[in-house]
Design a binder for this molecule. Structure first.
Ligand code: IPM
Ligand code: MG
Length: 371
């Protein structure tokens, strides 16, 4: 296969972890005889520095012209001034919106070796295998926002939260479809006791599931209760579907089940066959793949960041955008073997254990890839 992939290393540790992800990607290409053509572009703080905008037109065009996008991370203290008119995060949000990437998949699984790295007691972690499906292009992230002056000389600020029936239906369908390929259990998370958007969310979800997915067990859960149950009984969850901001918060929490934010990959997908290059006979599903951790400016440039979330994101890229499930599984197996062999960065090392660098971990995964 020939595929075009845009790499957006971004800021902070982004370039270091993306380099390891690409190393694994190229090794897969060699072993299975695929040609992955990788083009690099600027996004986030580095794009602001070079061009004045977080999402340059050339970057957006490069992404549109590719089969998939691999992203490191954006942001850092250099661009954090709350009064700044351009922010790195605008680049990421603009890209998600422009590419129509409404479905964000964040799987949480736990390698046995990492149980010790989690702050939770081992018995609670037994059997944890969940998938959060986060709505990614609607809600409070994309509503109207602004400031007004108040008569007392102060200011007021607002962020509008809007969801439509169609937006809720399409994300719930993605989640329900995925639940069918797993344990057939879907937890829809909202705040229906307070928010109107959540009440619409709940009723649309209930109807759609009854009509289209009667074979998938549905439960509704309030977001505050979900935050608790994720810690109290995480193994009970199969697929969680929720709106943009709740999903943002709950996935950082869920990441701690896996021991470290440094372990979790994510996939952001558009509608099936919604995007294709004009040269394609068979439309492929465009997606953006990124570790869920951020740019971690405190450890950037030190070569100690955990590249596994990015490497696992490459596996998701192969599976969801290129349909290469065998190759995706091979990467996941290689990561598991590296962990079995104790190849770990500091964030997941047990006390006294040897700590590897970012490139050592990447090299160890490459060595363990078997076709
Ligand atoms: C995430 C991140 C982003 C988000 C930020 C960087 C805008 O936290 O992908 O979870 O809030 O969506
Ligand atoms: Mg987040």
């Amino acid at each position: 296969m020939h595929a075009v992939i845009t790499a957006l290393p971004g800021d902070g540790i982004g370039p270091e972890v993306v380099a390891e992800g690409l190393r694994v990607l190229h090794r897969v290409g060699e072993q299975w005889g695929h040609r992955f053509e990788v083009r690099e572009a600027l996004l986030g703080g580095c794009a602001i520095d070079a061009t004045g905008t977080a999402l340059p037109e050339a970057t957006l065009q490069a992404c549109r012209d590719s089969d998939a996008v691999l992203l490191g991370a954006v942001g850092g203290p250099k661009w954090d001034d709350p009064a700044a008119s351009v922010r790195p995060e605008q680049g990421l949000l603009g890209l998600r919106k422009a590419l129509g990437l409404f479905a964000n998949l964040r799987p949480v699984t736990l390698h046995p070796r990492l149980i010790a790295a989690s702050p939770l007691r081992p018995e609670r972690l037994q059997g944890v295998d969940l998938l959060v499906v986060r709505e990614l292009t609607g809600g409070i992230y994309f509503g109207e926002k602004g400031r007004d002056a108040t008569p007392d000389g102060g200011e007021s600020a607002y962020d509008e939260c809007v969801y439509t029936t169609a937006e809720i239906e399409r994300i719930v369908r993605v989640a329900a479809q995925l639940a069918r390929s797993r344990r057939r259990k879907l937890t829809s998370v909202d705040k229906a006791n307070v928010l109107e958007t959540s009440r619409l969310w709940r009723s649309v979800t209930a109807r759609l599931m009854r009509e289209e997915y009667p074979d998938v067990q549905l439960e509704h859960m309030l977001v505050d209760a979900c935050a608790m149950h994720l810690i109290r009984r995480p193994a009970d969850f199969d697929v969680i579907v929720t709106e943009n901001m709740f999903g943002d918060i709950l996935t950082d929490e869920a990441a701690m089940l896996a021991g470290s934010l440094g372990m979790l990959p994510s996939a952001s997908l558009c509608a099936a066959a919604g995007h294709h290059r004009t040269s394609d006979v068979q439309p492929r599903r465009m997606g953006l793949y990124e570790p869920i951790h951020g740019s971690a400016p405190d450890i950037a440039g030190k070569g100690i960041a955990n590249p596994l979330a990015t490497i696992l994101s490459v596996a998701l890229l192969l599976r969801h955008s290129l349909g290469l499930d065998v190759e995706a599984r091979a990467i996941e197996a290689a990561v598991a073997r590296a962990l079995d062999d104790g190849i770990v960065t500091g964030d997941i090392a047990a006390p006294g254990e040897r700590v590897c660098t970012t490139t050592e971990v990447g090299a160890a995964v490459v060595e363990r890839l078997v076709a």
